[in-house]
Design a binder for this molecule. Structure first.
Ligand code: NAP
Length: 232
C-alpha cells in the first residue's frame, strides 16, 4: 500500500461489539468508518471513541439496498477503497421461547442478519478483488452452527446459519489476497448478550480483529472463535 492508511468499514457500530471493533482497529492504525442507522447513534459512537482515534461516521442501514448503494457511492468518492469490512450489524428476533416463528419473521431475520452482509459484500468484493487486498469478517454466532443446532431463537439461529452460507459462497469469489471468514465472538456483555455474559466487549472483539487483520497466508472461507476454527 502506498503509505495511506487502510480503510476499515464496520456496520452496526454505534455500540457493543461494533463500537469496540472500531476502537481496536483505530488503535491498530486503520482509518475507521463507523456506520449506524441514524445520525444520533453515529454521533454517540464517534463521541464514545473520543479524540485521537481516526474514526469518521456515516449512515448505513444494511437492510436497505438504497442505503447500501448511497454508502458505497460516498465511500468511492471520499476514499476510493475499502480494505476491511466487518459485517457486524445484527439483531435478535423473538426470544429463546420463539420455537416456530412464522415465515414473515424468519424472512425479516434473514434479510437483516444474512442479506445485510450479502448486500455489503456485493459492493465491497469487486473493489477488494481489483485492489488485490481485502478482509471481510461476517460476525456470526455459534447459535447458527448446524452441528450445535437446537430449538429456541429459531429466526436468529437460521439467519446466522444463512450468514455462514454467505461466507462459504462469497469466499469462492474472493480474488488474490482477499479473505472472507465467519467469526463467533463468544457470549459477550452487550445489549444483545446481556450483563450475565462471560466476555467483555474487548475480549469478544479480539477474534473479530484477528480475522480483520489476517496475514496474506491466513485462511479464507472458515468459521472461527477467538482465532480458532469451529465446526459449521
Ligand atoms: P448490540 O449491542 O445489540 O449491537 C447490534 C448493532 O447492530 C446495533 O448497533 C444495531 O443498531 C445494529 N444493527 C442491527 N440491524 C442493523 C441494520 N439493518 N443496519 C445497521 N445496523 C444494524 O449487539 P452486539 O452483541 O454488539 O452484536 C453485534 C454482532 O455480534 C451481531 O451480529 C450479533 O448477532 C453478534 N453476536 C453477538 C453475541 C453476544 O453475545 N453479544 C454473540 C454472538 C454473536 P440499531 O440500534 O439501529 O438496531
Amino acid at each position: 500500500m502506498s503509505g495511506k492508511k487502510r480503510i476499515a468499514v464496520v456496520t452496526g457500530a454505534s455500540r457493543g461489539l461494533g463500537l469496540e471493533t472500531c476502537r481496536q482497529l483505530a488503535a491498530q492504525g486503520y482509518r475507521v468508518i463507523l456506520t449506524a442507522r441514524d445520525e444520533a447513534a453515529i454521533q454517540r459512537g464517534v463521541a464514545a471513541l473520543k479524540g485521537g482515534a481516526d474514526v469518521e461516521g456515516h449512515p448505513l442501514d444494511v437492510s436497505s439496498d438504497g442505503s447500501v448503494d448511497a454508502f458505497f457511492a460516498w465511500l468511492a468518492k471520499a476514499h476510493g477503497r475499502i480494505d476491511v469490512l466487518v459485517n457486524n450489524a445484527g439483531r435478535t428476533y423473538g426470544g429463546w421461547s420463539e420455537r416456530l416463528p412464522d415465515a414473515a419473521a424468519m424472512a425479516a431475520a434473514i434479510d437483516n442478519n444474512a442479506l445485510g452482509g450479502w448486500r455489503m459484500i456485493l459492493r465491497a468484493l469487486p473493489m477488494m478483488n481489483d485492489a488485490g487486498y481485502g478482509r471481510i469478517v461476517n460476525v456470526s454466532s455459534g447459535m447458527g452452527a448446524l452441528t450445535d443446532m437446537n430449538g429456541g431463537s429459531a429466526a436468529y439461529r437460521i439467519s446466522k446459519t444463512a450468514l455462514n452460507a454467505v461466507t462459504r459462497i462469497a469466499s469462492n469469489e474472493a480474488g488474490a489476497n482477499v479473505k472472507i471468514n465467519s467469526v463467533c465472538p463468544g457470549w459477550v456483555r452487550t445489549d444483545m448478550g446481556g450483563q450475565g455474559a462471560t466476555l467483555s466487549a474487548e475480549q469478544g472483539a479480539s477474534g473479530i480483529i484477528w480475522a480483520a487483520t489476517l496475514p496474506d497466508d491466513g485462511p479464507n472461507g472458515g468459521f472461527f472463535r477467538h482465532g480458532k476454527p469451529i465446526a459449521w
